[in-house]
Design a protein around this ligand. Structure first.
Ligand SMILES: O=C(CO)COP(=O)(O)O
Length: 131
């Protein structure tokens, strides 16, 4: 991490947005101290549910938002990617989804695609930040 503030990207596919909002609500105290970027629709859902969070909304995922987050990963501008993917639906922008998860792996960025892993990543990074 480059400074004390966690820099997180939060993204969810449509069938997982309720799960991400519920997860974020549960972890709001930690997320309130983070700088959050999100793809457009995900960010809107999160901001409506949790107005105290600081969220910068990018383009919607299928319209370039996934690629914007990928570029941030390549530039070292993120500490973690929380990406609740939908493993049961075909995506028209599957290539963007794959490119995003691929870059997170290339740069060894902590990435979580489900609630349990997201909690481990958030709590682990928050602990490291406080250490
Ligand atoms: O499609 C997405 C990620 O692949 C998410 O985009 P939205 O948050 O705009 O729905």
């Amino acid at each position: 991490m480059t400074d004390q503030t966690l820099r997180l990207a939060l993204v969810a596919h449509d069938q997982r947005k309720d799960d991400l909002v519920a997860w974020a609500r549960h972890h709001e105290p930690l997320l309130r101290d983070a700088q959050i970027v999100a793809t457009g629709t995900t960010g809107g859902r999160l901001q409506d549910a949790l107005p105290d969070l600081s969220i910068r909304r990018l383009k919607s995922g299928p319209l370039g938002g996934d690629q914007q987050i990928g570029a941030m990963i390549a530039e070292g501008a993120l500490d973690a990617l929380i990406f609740f993917t939908d493993p049961l639906s075909p995506m028209p922008h599957d290539v963007d989804v794959k490119a995003l998860t691929r870059l997170a792996t290339v740069y060894d960025l902590p990435m979580a695609c489900s609630q349990s892993t997201a909690t481990l990543v958030l709590e682990g990074l928050s602990r490291a930040e406080g250490a």
